[in-house]
Design a binder for this molecule. Structure first.
Ligand SMILES: Nc1nc2c(c(=O)[nH]1)N[C@H]1C(S)=C(S)[C@@H](COP(=O)(O)O)O[C@H]1N2
Ligand SMILES: [Mo]
Length: 356
């Protein structure tokens, strides 16, 4: 395994697709314009806590172990690929996606990567249900949490409760959009936990610990926890851990956007951890009035829904507001409650557009 500190991300980061944030790379939303449902791997955001490790598949092993299983299970790459697999189309979204708006809109910033809205992408992930691996290791009824651990320097690790680990679509993925995972997205294998913020989707997984007690690690006690007024301190953490995704939306436009005057079609995507998108509304008058956008194409739970609307526009300066609602009735609010690390910003965003 090798790391290159001066090249933390391996894939090319062309400026038209990405904002290069060093260890991290944000997708520019205009990179989704004209794309089908999925985000191509060469445009997918990257969130690393250190340089991407380059792992040799031939010497890689995955171990499933711990007090919550009867026996240790060890697999090599070929063995993983031979197990029964499923394909899951879902998004991965960083819990900090939208963080910059706490500062820009709500005047109260938060520490962390200054993501706008491009720390999300939807891919087709193929892999082995985590459930199957747990069963082969002899899952005990006393198992409480399942914690995948990464082989990166940060040893990224994040427990999920046993019920979430056993969901049909929680998988150990080895392919993304029909190709083996790339190093930046977790080669040889990563966990994908649909519906939860992507910190739980551990890349470069080498070990899966099954516990009979709640597990405390930095990513559920110090980071990826909600700290601030209104958030209770529970157990050993500084606040409740971020888990299920909220409802959000974004336009497939540059930030800020520049458009020629005339009849335009504006497009975007909306998503929610709670299921399908029920509706998307937009406002061109600062939120005084709202009109429904048209939902088009697939609307898969825990992935996203594409939407569009017509706009006949004269030269000037505008803001487009978009507000998504999911099937559980959750709607994007006007403001997002502040928390110190700037997670879960899901308020309606005013997208600046200059029309010439
Ligand atoms: N081992 C490991 N897994 C990890 C991370 C990491 O730094 N190390 N980052 C997590 C976070 S915070 C996010 S948002 C997603 C990003 O996945 P991506 O880079 O494939 O988009 O991976 C998660 N899994
Ligand atoms: Mo993240």
């Amino acid at each position: 395994m090798t790391f290159e500190r001066d090249r933390p991300i391996k894939k090319a980061l062309p400026a038209e697709f990405f904002v290069d944030l060093g260890e991290n790379a944000e997708m520019r939303w205009e990179a989704m314009s004209g794309q089908d449902y999925l985000t191509p791997g060469d445009r997918f955001y990257v969130r690393n806590h250190g340089p991407t490790p380059v792992i040799d598949a031939a010497s890689w092993r995955l171990r499933v172990e711990g007090p919550g299983v009867e026996r240790e299970l060890t697999l090599d790459y070929e063995e993983l690929l031979e197990l029964p697999s499923v394909s899951v189309v879902c998004n991965l979204e960083c819990a900090g996606n939208g963080r910059v708006f706490f500062d820009e809109v709500q005047d109260r910033g938060a520490a962390g990567a200054p993501w706008r809205l491009g720390a999300i992408g939807v891919a087709e992930w193929k892999g082995v249900p985590l459930r199957l691996l747990l069963e082969r290791a002899g899952l005990k009824a006393s198992a409480v949490e399942v914690m995948p651990e990464g082989l990166d320097e940060a040893r990224g690790r994040r427990p999920v409760p046993i019920a979430k680990a056993l969901e049909r679509e929680t998988i150990v993925a080895y392919a993304m959009n029909g190709e083996p995972l790339s190093p930046d997205h977790g080669f040889p294998a990563r966990v994908v936990v649909p519906g939860w913020y992507a910190v739980a989707s551990i890349k470069w997984v080498g070990r899966i610990l099954v516990s009979e007690e709640p597990v405390h690690v930095p990513w559920n006690t110090e980071e990826y926890v909600l700290v601030g007024p209104g958030y209770e301190i529970r157990g050993l953490g500084l606040g409740p851990a971020v888990t299920a995704q909220g409802v959000k939306s974004a336009l497939e436009l540059p930030w800020p956007a520049r458009l020629p005057a005339g009849r335009r079609e504006v497009r975007g995507r909306a998503w929610s951890g709670a299921g399908e998108i029920a509706r998307v509304d937009y406002s061109l008058d600062g939120g005084a009035s709202w009109s429904p956008a048209k939902l088009t194409g697939p609307n898969l739970p825990r992935a996203w829904a594409c939407f569009r609307f017509e706009w006949d526009v004269k030269p000037g300066e505008y803001e487009i507001l978009v507000r998504a609602t999911d099937i559980a009735g959750n709607t994007q609010p006007d403001t997002a409650p502040h928390n110190e690390q700037g997670y879960l910003y899901n308020a309606v965003v005013a997208h600046p557009v200059a029309v010439h």
